[in-house]
Ligand binder design. Sequence first.
Ligand code: F0G
Length: 450
Amino acid sequence: MPNASHQLRCIGTGERIAPEAVSSDFRDPVTGDLYEVEYPWSETREDAAAARRPNAQALRHLWAERRDSTMPIDQSGVWRYRDLLPILQDDNNAVTLREGNTPLYDLPRTAKLLGLDFLLAKHQGMNPTGSFKDTGMTAALSVAAERGFKWVACASTGNTSAAMAAYAARAGLRAIVFIPEGKIAWGKLSQSMDYGAMSIQLKTDFDGCVKMLGEIVRKNPIYLLNSVNPYRLEGQKTPAIEICEQLDWQVPDHVIVPGGNLANGSALGKGFGELKHLGFIDRVPKISVIQASGANPLFQWFNNEEKLLHAVTAETRATAIRIGNPASWRKAAHIIETTNGWCEDVNESEIALAKAQIGAEGIGCEPASAVTLAGLKKLMSQGRVLPGERVVLLLTGHTLKDPEYTIDFHQGVLAADMPEAAGYRRPPVVLEPNESAVMKALATEMAGAL
Ligand code: F0G
């Protein structure tokens, strides 16, 4: 039965197709452009005025009420907002691990250090598999399950594969992940094995994995769950709704996100844009995307203003965003431009120091998430974020995803060129098991803290 609730719109040609007609690689067969999900009430529709629009006032109440519900889809911080993502024929087909509902923490010490009045971190690493990918995966994998697919697959730097493996296991689907050999954090690899996926370590980088998988899904009945799949972005737009709800429908001035394959910034932009279009909020925040300088094709594109993006050979210890040829760069560029945000890059030492500063707030995150704070410092130094403005950093992954990185920082391997880093290093102290040795070490510690 065709799904009348939404269509897919090609972002290049503007052409609309029925969801069932999309090619297996989620690209326009002629132009190679990506699609986005469009509803009868979407801003992009010329006839949207005539469509029955979701009522903002009524939905705010309904969403608040669902918090008390015992139904799994109401307890999910994605499906609680299902009225703005009607992508399933039957909402009871949703495969959920109760994703979303993540905390919006304040970062008081970091705010003080930077001279900001208002700095928050939306911690998407607090999702069931420890990364923001769960919000998109519950959406797209539910579509796969509802459409009767038996196999799902993705290429990944580790978090997408962990999320896909978990949701596939919940739905009873078989999962294949393609990951670059030796280039993903152990925590992430262990997750896809734990959740029962077939983990294929290809002797190439992420971009090589994407290419290989593209060939395979074109020839086999395997559902592609990379972020070119537009349903992923419908789930990933929900943190935008959650942020507004958590701020009592006040809009922050800036939202800063890490950039890898470049889907997430655009997903959040779509979320904020839809909220404004429907009258939930009266403006959208500036959305800025920060890349690691060793994997910065979008940053380079912004500075060269060329027509096409040039792929780079990516290298960074923030392995989640070690991506040289990002699929969703056009979507990200569009959101940055239309919201008046920025694209910046930050170096390895800046990332390591920022990660330690977020850790010192008692929160922690994985290295890729810390580019947001490193980028914020840069934007402030350029006068692009002002002290009185309200900033939200999007932390995308949990600190336990990549403990090796954290240990390397505290042992002095990372950010060795940054004097400020010394104050954050807490390497383990090795002592003889006797009281005087412990007391002596404590005395030194106390003297240092004074
Ligand atoms: N932060 C983390 C922790 C990530 O895992 C990723 C992407 C990003 C940021 C960047 O998000 O790709 O939407 O720009 N990880 C993907 C993966 C590529 O396979 O897990 P993006």
